[in-house]
Design a protein around this ligand. Structure first.
Ligand code: RP5
Length: 166
């Protein structure tokens, strides 16, 4: 059963949302991915958000751009954590999306990651699940160890070749 709902306002958000999905797949976490526009199809949106708990979702990752109401409205309805991903936009560089998602009124939090922060949204969802799942916790520790090994390898190469030939 999918534990994470990934939802985006448009297919134009897919390249960023796919990074969240890739992380969850790597960590062996089941997810459901949907394109639902809170503005263009409000009825579809409401039935998605209202049924998310009974579907078994423990976290929702919601990405949207511009006047990005999708994550906040998910958080207004879904009783568990919502992670918001602000999309980069051509007109305002994603500040519009960021402010729309991060500036939630008191009582309705959205855990907002960086503009286009798809991978971190996936990791944050995994970390939330890891608080009650030792297997996911173990995989997250392995993931972190691999990241550290990659940096060590880069430094090893730097020491070997010198910065001019790096
Ligand atoms: C938002 O409007 C979507 O999340 C997307 O980031 C933005 C633009 O949507 P399209 O015009 O590309 O469908 O609702």
């Amino acid at each position: 059963m999918a534990k994470v709902g990934i939802v985006m306002g448009s297919d134009s958000d897919m390249p960023v949302m796919a990074k969240a999905a890739d992380i969850l797949e790597k960590l062996g976490i089941e997810f459901e991915m949907k394109i639902i526009s809170a503005h263009r199809e409000p009825d579809v949106f409401f039935s998605y958000a209202k049924s998310a708990e009974e579907k078994g979702f423990k976290v929702i990752i919601a990405g949207a751009g511009m006047a990005a109401h999708l994550p906040g409205m998910c958080a207004a309805i879904f009783p568990m954590p919502v992670i918001g991903i602000p999309m980069h936009t051509s007109s305002l560089g994603g500040r519009d999306s960021l402010y729309s998602i991060v500036q939630m009124p008191s009582g309705i939090p959205v855990a907002t990651v960086a503009i286009n922060g798809g991978a971190n949204a996936g990791l944050l969802a995994a970390k939330i699940l890891a608080t009650s799942d030792d297997e996911i916790l173990k995989r997250l520790k392995e993931y972190s160890a691999k990241l550290a090994a990659q940096v060590e390898e880069k430094d090893r190469r730097l020491q070997e070749t010198g910065y001019r030939n790096y």
